[in-house]
Design a protein around this ligand. Sequence first.
Ligand code: ADP
Ligand code: MG
Length: 242
Amino acid sequence: MIELKGVSKWYGSFQVLTDCTTSVEKKDVVVVCGPSGSGKSTLIKTVNGLEPFQKGDIVVNGTSLTAPGTDLPRLRSKVGMVFQHFELFPHLSITENLTLAQIKVLGRSKDEANEKGLKLLDRVGLKAHANKFPGQLSGGQQQRVAIARALAMDPIVMLFDEPTSALDPEMVNEVLDVMVQLAQEGMTMMVVTHEMGFARKVANRVIFMDAGKVVEDVSKDAFFGQPEARCERARQFLSKIL
Ligand code: ADP
Ligand code: MG
């Protein structure tokens, strides 16, 4: 579903990604972790074309991001993205947040988009809040709306960038529960998170990044089960967060 082939990226003279290679198969749930500044956000943003890169290639569902003629906006509409800070449109109602891209990008009718939006809002337990504005919802609720909004586009894969790290602790689980359910339904997911409970529950692979490199890319069982097989840097990192 996603293939990264030797992706390197520089900000000016600073190399933020070095030769990153990995792949995500259909229905995989891949957790990406690693120290702050290691390039996790940058990596995940390159996957849906939000960040250009200078070397290597990324292929999403058979389409190369670098091939001439690739319709990036179209490809991006198939890749759902959920950010740390929700990024809902503050001046639009929850319903409008859920329907805008469906109408503008996918060309759905307002009725069709509304129906789809409401169904997804119900699925994340927020049907009663359809007419509110983002500022009237808690952080956990806003993040669930953001997930519903991404799902409304019928994505073939969902990318998450630390979706719970800006939330108060009591709201983390309501968001993780939605993500666990998605994973169990077979959604292909790439998730930057330090929630190792989530990783243990639903991930099938864990990628550990350090200083712009993919330094480990192993099965969940290998990651959690064989500490001696892990690199020193990953061991140190895990000992701090577990
Ligand atoms: P992570 O998500 O793992 O914390 P990031 O991908 O956000 O890491 O950042 C990786 C490195 O790239 C950091 O050193 C960060 O300061 C740098 N960086 C991120 N965005 C930019 C940018 N727009 N310009 C210059 N440097 C950046
Ligand atoms: Mg980040």
